[in-house]
Each structure stands twice: as C-alpha cells, then as structure tokens.
Design a binder for this molecule. Structure first.
Ligand SMILES: NC(=O)c1ccc[n+]([C@@H]2O[C@H](COP(=O)([O-])OP(=O)(O)OC[C@H]3O[C@@H](n4cnc5c(N)ncnc54)[C@H](O)[C@@H]3O)[C@@H](O)[C@H]2O)c1
Ligand SMILES: O=C(O)C(=O)C[C@@H](O)[C@H](O)[C@H](O)COP(=O)(O)O
Ligand SMILES: [Zn+2]
Length: 361
C-alpha cells in the first residue's frame, strides 16, 4: 500500500503520513519524522501501547537515547498531575531544546504529549503517532493540545503544531470495535460540515467503511485528514473558520463532563451533533431529512443519539464555559445545509432547551 502524504501549514509546516508498516520498520520513517539533531526522545504512551512502545524504543535506540513514560489510560492521562510526571521525567533526563517527544496512543495521549512538548522549555519537537481512528483523523493533526480540569474539558492547553504525524493503519489491528466506531463520530462530523462524500461512503456499506483493511476505510481517513489539514492551515488559532471542527462539541463536551470523563469522546459528540442538527432545523430551516440522516448514520455506527432529560441544568452550566463562548453569549456551530455551516449566537437559552427536548431519551 502506498503512503499518502498530506501537508499542513498551520503553526509550522509538517506532513501527515497515512500508510502501513511504519511501526514494524520504523528506523527510516522515524529518523525522517524526528529530523536532524535529536539526541533524546521521550515516548509518552498508555499501558495498552506498552509492547509497541517498548519495541519502538529498542528500534530507535543507538542513534539516540530513548525513554518511555507510561501514563494512565484514556482521559485519566489528561490531568495536570500526569503532565507534571512527564515534566519530571524530562527534567531528570536533562532534555534540552534539541530533543523530542513522541505521543504514541489515542487522542488523550496525543493531547497530553502535545501539551508536554509545548510547555517543556517552552517548546520541544513533537512527533505524533496516533493509534486510534479518532486520533488519526482528528486529535493528532492541527496542534490543539490540552488537559481537562474539574470545571470542564480541555480548559487548559495551547496551540502547538507537531513536526510530523505518522498514521500506521496496521496499529488498528487490535483496536476494539467500539473504539473504531467512536472514532467514526469525528469522521461523520467532517461529512456533515463539509465533505458529504464521507456520508455516502458510510451509508453505502457501514461494515466495509469501518473495516480498517478496506480501501473505503483508508479513503475516509484521507478525506477527514484532508479537511482538517485545509481548515487548520487557514486558521490555526481558531479565530474563525476552525470553529466548524467544533460541530457537536458544545453539548458533547458538557456530556463528557457530566459523565466525569468516563465516556468515549466520540459517543458524547455523537449526541452533540444530533442536538446541533435539531438546533439547525429550528434556526436555519435545516431540512428534516438531514437531521434524520444524522440519527440514521450515527445509529448505524451504534453511537448514542439521546441523553437524559434530568441533566439539562448541569449541561447548560458547563456549556457556558465552552471556548466558543464570548462573555455571556453561547455560540454554536450549526448547519444551513448539508456541508454548509454558520455560527449561531444564542442570547436566550430557551431555544437550547427546546432543541434538547428533541434528543431526550
Ligand atoms: N486535539 C484535538 O484536535 C482533538 C480532536 C479530537 C479529539 N481530541 C481528544 O481525543 C481524546 C479521545 O481520543 P480517543 O478516542 O483516541 O481516546 P483514547 O485516547 O482515550 O483511546 C481510547 C482507548 O483506546 C486504547 N487504545 C489506543 N490505541 C489502541 C490500539 N491501537 N489498540 C488497542 N487499544 C488502543 C486506549 O488505551 C484507550 O483505552 C479526547 O480527550 C478528545 O478530547 C482532541
Ligand atoms: O481541531 C479542532 O479545532 C477541533 O475542535 C476538533 C475537535 O474534534 C476536538 O475534540 C477538539 O479537541 C475540541 O477542542 P476544544 O477547543 O473545544 O476543546
Ligand atoms: Zn472532537
């Protein structure tokens, strides 16, 4: 299989490589990705990637010193204590500005590793090696890094572009099916906000589309990364256009917070997208069939599309802390048509409650 290379220019120039065999035969690919002059590398990984990280360390050792930092799994990695542990490892091993961090894992790990690389000595080289569908199509690209706080999702972070992103599709072989499907929430997001071809491919045959060995799967990864690359290259720091990538996230992040970060990100934003579609129907005359298409496609991926009525007040409180808010004004990404977005300012939250009732279980 040929490796697809997608260029990104936001926050620096780098390439996202999508292919196979990069981890089983890493020496050349990683030497190229790390670039010249790197003497020390810290691989940050979750327990599930321990064996892969060990093997990678052994293969990269020699030319450079390679250390591992195993951190807690999933959202438990996105905590200030875990970032502090990584800073301690870097400090005790005398990492300098010519050294590098590799983020090897799902989106939680690439967000954490990005944050650690952005903050250590105010910025060291970062190579992202995403190992989930979600991290390949979204989290590893575009330079949003961050951790959660008790008050909300990703409330602390920075924009810090990687030096390279390596998506080795072979690593998905052991990714549980529910994680593959959760990652598809972000792929569906790309479909509704800008690339309807994505929706057609999933609808044509959901089993083939979600099979990591199929051509359709690779095409979906490429289409999603391609969209993200275009958007973040134009608006790295989210001053406008980049907000479209937050479709479904205003409510989705509030659900993750309500569930104390135990839910999969993709599951929460699946519900968030149906909510945003309902809001779009009410305010932008988005046709019923587009709203129903959200429900049909997300359900075909076994993703949730409803949430509990009792949670509303908590969700509203949390949504006010969303990064798109300006003062007391809540702002939502909504659709004017399939593939077309706009921003909805919401001075009066009663309309949000009406839309929420449409998604209550
Ligand atoms: N920075 C961004 O632009 C951006 C974009 C989207 C999402 N995110 C963030 O990404 C996170 C979600 O990422 P995620 O869905 O990848 O979750 P995750 O990182 O929690 O990984 C999901 C699970 O898969 C396991 N895993 C990872 N790779 C595996 C593999 N190859 N084989 C077997 N198991 C594997 C992990 O150990 C974990 O249990 C959220 O924190 C979200 O906020 C960030
Ligand atoms: O890259 C972006 O921009 C996104 O919004 C992509 C989202 O899928 C991602 O979950 C992101 O981390 C959300 O960012 P936040 O600024 O709302 O925390
Ligand atoms: Zn997301």
């Amino acid at each position: 299989m040929t490796t697809t290379k997608i260029s990104v220019t936001g926050g620096g120039e780098y390439t996202v490589s999508i292919g196979r065999g990069m981890l089983s035969n890493p020496e050349r690919t990683f030497a190229e990705a790390l670039g010249a002059g790197v003497n020390k590398v810290l691989i940050i990984h979750p327990p599930t990637m321990g064996a892969v990280a060990n093997k990678l360390r052994d293969q990269l050792m020699g030319e450079r010193e390679v250390l591992l930092a195993e951190v807690p799994d999933a959202e438990n990695a996105k905590r200030i204590e875990v970032a502090a542990f990584c800073w301690q490892v870097l400090g005790q091993a005398d990492f300098t500005r010519s050294d590098a961090v590799i983020g090897l894992g799902g989106g939680a790990i690439t967000d954490l590793a990005g944050f650690v690389a952005a903050t250590w000595l105010r910025g060291v080289r970062l190579v992202q090696v995403p190992t989930t569908v979600l991290a390949m199509v979204d989290a590893s690209v575009g330079g949003k890094t961050g951790i959660n706080t008790a008050e909300g999702k990703n409330l602390v972070g920075s924009f810090y572009a990687p030096h390279a992103v390596l998506c080795d599709l072979d690593v998905l072989e052991n990714l549980p099916r529910n994680e593959i499907l959760a990652g598809f929430a972000e792929i569906v997001k790309c479909g509704f906000i800008a690339v309807p071809e994505i929706l057609d491919i999933i609808e044509a045959d959901v089993d083939v589309a979600t099979d990591p060995t199929s051509d359709q799967f690779k095409r979906l990864i490429e289409l999603s990364v391609g969209l993200k690359a275009r958007v973040v290259s134009e608006d790295f720091k989210e001053n406008g256009q980049r907000e479209i990538l937050n479709y479904g996230h205003t409510l989705g992040h509030a659900i993750e917070h309500a569930e104390r970060y135990t839910w999969r990100h993709g599951a929460a934003i699946s519900i968030g997208m149906v909510f945003a579609a309902e809001l779009s129907r009410m305010t932008q005359n988005l046709p019923d069939e587009v709203v129903e298409r959200h429900r049909r496609i997300l359900s075909s991926l076994t993703l949730p599309i409803t949430y509990t009525a009792e949670a509303w007040e908590h969700l509203l409180t949390t949504m006010k802390r969303d990064k798109k808010s300006r003062g007391s004004m809540l702002r939502f990404v909504v659709l004017t048509a399939e593939g077309k977005t706009t921003i909805l300012n919401v001075p009066d939250t009663s309309i949000l409650f009406t839309a929420y009732q449409e998604i209550c279980a």
